[in-house]
Design a protein around this ligand. Sequence first.
Ligand SMILES: Cc1cc2nc3c(=O)[nH]c(=O)nc-3n(C[C@H](O)[C@H](O)[C@H](O)COP(=O)(O)OP(=O)(O)OC[C@H]3O[C@@H](n4cnc5c(N)ncnc54)[C@H](O)[C@@H]3O)c2cc1C
Length: 342
Amino acid sequence: MTEKIETDAVVIGAGPVGLFAVFELGLLDLSCHLIDILDRPGGQCAELYPEKPIYDIPGYPVINGQELVDKLMEQIKPFNPVFHLGQMVETLENRVDGGFVIGTDVGTVIHAKVVVIAAGGGSFQPKRPPVPGIEAYEGKSVFYSVRRMEEFRDQDLLIVGGGDSALDWTLNLQPLAKSLTLLHRRDAFRAAPDSVNKMRALVEAGNMHLRFGQVTSLKGADGKLSAAVVKDEKGVETEIACTRMLPFFGLTMKLGPVANWGLNLDENLIPVDTEKFESSHPGIFAIGDINSYPGKLKLILSGFHEAALMAQAAVHLAYPERKIVFQYTTSSSSLQKKLGVI
Ligand SMILES: Cc1cc2nc3c(=O)[nH]c(=O)nc-3n(C[C@H](O)[C@H](O)[C@H](O)COP(=O)(O)OP(=O)(O)OC[C@H]3O[C@@H](n4cnc5c(N)ncnc54)[C@H](O)[C@@H]3O)c2cc1C
């Protein structure tokens, strides 16, 4: 039986805006669980531009995407948010006695008083390589992310791609796999040079194989992979024996399940008011890139502002009896205690 999780707020999406929402909710004593389909926090900043400089975050003349995420993680630490990473929120339902029940694709069920949708442009989903019939192997022999490393122990593993994910998992899974082949279109990698050097050292030591070309078809039966047919740059086809394949072809953003939660949508965005940033459904808020209102700017700083106002409204809904006094972190000793600075 799954453990019943109760919390004040569930934040759907651990991008910069979802992370800052934890801070604003925390100052008002609301506990938070965050859920993200990605295996790390940071949303677009961490996934799409970790090393790009951002110049319009107040107080930071320049900060790169990953640094901003690291700072946000440090800032929310005092509130002990619980992260459920590598999980997609699929269902969002009303609870008969008020509040909401949130369900993920791996079976996590969380009961919450309020829900904050900070889902950005939607869920990041892996791009499927153009290999005929690959669907039949997905979830059995072909995986687009590593949720459990044990899945790959003692397997003949084929990793496809030349970016950071492909190289990171090559280095992490090589010690577990029975054999490992990394396949990339050509001998030029987008991944961090240090990872590429480590991978080349493993090839030189005879601990893994490096091949160039593209997968054109798969061989196997009943979802069990036995080999991938690979065409090289000269058009010559050969087979690579493998029982597991991990293609890393990048991610696309799709609205995904948000569309099924019965909320009013406007061109795949959630219309909100600009006082509380609440959706058409009381108790469900939408902040950051996922919302729309007149004059909306898809900027991180706009999302931070929305998080602050949302939190003020959320605490009234979650705890109507509480008296909320507006306070500054600079001068309020009670806020400073919550932050652990005094
Ligand atoms: C290249 C680039 C450069 C940019 N430069 C700047 C800049 O200089 N300044 C600036 O202010 N902005 C910039 N932006 C925009 C900025 O990144 C976005 O405004 C910001 O990331 C929005 O934050 P968010 O938290 O709302 O959403 P996101 O960062 O998109 O995070 C949303 C998260 O929700 C998750 N999610 C969605 N649906 C589900 C679901 N059903 N279940 C679980 N998880 C889900 C996603 O996986 C994702 O991690 C840039 C964007 C790009 C692409």
